[in-house]
Design a protein around this ligand. Structure first.
Ligand code: FAD
Length: 459
């Protein structure tokens, strides 16, 4: 038997192997450009496409300022392209800050660090540890850039932990006029409120000062259980553990219960299992499910129950994230915590009634509320539900079927993930929407940082 990550990855691969060929309309729906004489830019899942006339990677902030002043047309910042929503695509100028990265300075007393905006989260663990600091929480993967993560309110899980943007103490950005502006709660406070989750719509962030904590060790325990057992105690478990999330495998009745706790225990990990064993199991499941949904449930349940409980004790930054080698498209909505499990039940019913082809797990996480204008966690503790489709399948029928459930409960979509909301919809979900628009207009009166998606939202 494989361990759980290998199992999940192989499960997705098996799902892909059984799926119908993709309708190319999917990519076409999101494509913003047809100019094939230029090098295409695509996001991680391949669902967003554009053909930028210029791709810039300034080596200094002064270079960046000059490039912004002299750029033609729309200017969009890009991180590592891990957003599913059309935030990045432009056929004009794309600017990457991957050369403006690394730990720039730190304040030991305050446990704060100033970091280049283009730094990937995965490049932060060691340098922060070297100055006796660590990030307070992390998402599922660490390939995103810091600025990209913050721009979309990227989050991990933990009912007592906020999204990454809530840990920003100060940041600097280059405006549409090419000026460099600094903001913090004391200095340009309105800009600070807007820029903590800014969607790249206010300017190009060059560096960020983060509130960190002392390095810590986490014990992670992952275990397959009947989903009804997980659901029965989920709210209590979320309050009991520092980090708690769970996954549900549709049609299996089984979920993965995943917790992290602070620990002083020695570093350790359960052994790795032979990946090929998991692949063989999945081959068998795939054959079975093609003709019997009852057998599918029984077989999946039988196999998942036999997967060993995994325990890993490691430095925090080595114990949050994993590799996602199998590509997918994703919709994630952030719901009032008290309504989240009801919504999950409805999503499960819709999927298990109408979408027998879905294999991908639903992911459920908990996030503490904050006060950031465009944070989806604005003033409410949250339960987030994510649904996925393999990247070569048409995600639209599934996402169109579950989105009304999320909306019925007042859900706010993850800024980096797929949704169908308009500017008018967002205005109803965010009490500071107009404040954000005002600050945005002041920073960028000509709309140089707006691509067609953002123009629809903010114009
Ligand atoms: C496999 C996978 C796993 C994921 N896991 C999680 C997860 O666990 N939790 C979660 O919350 N999200 C998750 N996400 C979503 C992801 O964290 C966000 O979409 C994030 O924004 C991606 O960061 P990026 O560096 O790729 O930014 P991009 O997608 O390239 O850009 C995102 C936004 O940031 C802006 N931006 C980038 N750099 C700058 C800059 N210097 N100045 C101003 N604006 C800038 C862009 O203009 C754009 O608006 C996941 C995505 C994938 C593909």
């Amino acid at each position: 038997m494989a361990n759980r990550r290998e199992f999940l990855q192989t499960l997705v691969a098996a799902a892909a192997a059984t799926s119908l060929p993709i309708q190319q309309a999917l990519a076409g729906a999101d494509a913003r450009s047809t100019d094939s004489s230029r090098l295409p830019w695509k996001n991680w899942s391949g669902s967003q496409l554009s053909h930028p006339a210029a791709r810039l990677a300034p080596a200094t902030v002064a270079d960046l300022q000059e490039q912004v002043r002299s750029a033609n047309g729309t200017i969009r910042a890009v991180g590592s392209g891990h957003s599913f929503s059309p935030l990045v695509p432009t056929d004009d100028t794309l600017i990457s800050l991957n050369r403006l990265s690394g730990l720039l300075s730190h304040d030991d007393d305050r446990q704060q660090a100033t970091i280049g905006a283009g730094t990937r989260l995965g490049q932060l663990g060691e340098p922060l540890e070297a100055v006796n600091q660590a990030l307070i929480n992390m998402p599922d993967i660490d390939q995103q850039t810091l600025a990209g993560s913050l721009a979309t309110a990227t989050h991990g899980t933990g009912a007592g932990l906020q999204c990454l943007s809530a840990n920003i103490v100060a940041l600097s950005l280059v405006t549409a006029a090419g000026d460099r502006v600094h903001c913090s709660p004391a200095h340009n406070p309105e800009l600070f409120q807007a820029a903590r989750v800014g969607l790249g719509a206010l300017g190009i962030v060059t560096d960020v000062t983060l509130q960190n904590t002392r390095p810590y060790r986490l014990k992670r325990v992952s275990e397959w259980m009947p989903i009804e057992d997980i659901l029965a105690t989920a709210q209590d478990t979320a309050d009991r553990y520092r980090n708690f999330e769970f996954f549900y495998i549709p049609f299996s009745g089984m979920g993965l219960h995943d917790t992290h706790e602070l620990t002083e225990e020695p570093l350790s990990s359960t052994g790795r299992f032979d990946q090929n064993d998991g692949a063989r199991d999945l081959q068998t499941i795939r054959d079975l499910i093609s003709w019997s949904s009852t057998l599918r449930r029984q077989v999946l349940k039988g196999i998942l129950k036999t997967i060993d409980r995994e325990v890993k004790v490691a430095s925090s930054w080595r114990n949050y994230t994993s590799n996602r080698n199998v590509r997918f498209n994703e919709m994630e909505y952030h719901l009032p915590r008290e309504d989240g499990l009801k919504a999950l039940q409805e999503v499960r019913e819709v999927v298990e009634r109408h979408f027998p082809e879905v294999f991908f797990p639903f992911e459920v996480r908990f996030i503490k509320g904050d006060d950031i204008w465009l944070s989806p966690f604005h003033r409410r503790d949250t339960l987030s539900i994510a649904v996925h489709r393999y990247f070569e399948e048409d995600y639209r029928p599934l996402f169109q079927a579950v989105e009304p459930i999320f909306r019925k409960y007042g859900g706010r979509p993850h800024w980096g993930k797929l949704n169908s909301l308009s500017g008018r919809d967002f205005a109803q979900l965010y009490p500071h929407w107009e404040d954000f628009k005002t600050v945005r207009r002041d920073m960028d009166p000509e709309g140089r940082f707006l691509n067609s998606y953002l123009r629809e939202l903010f114009a």
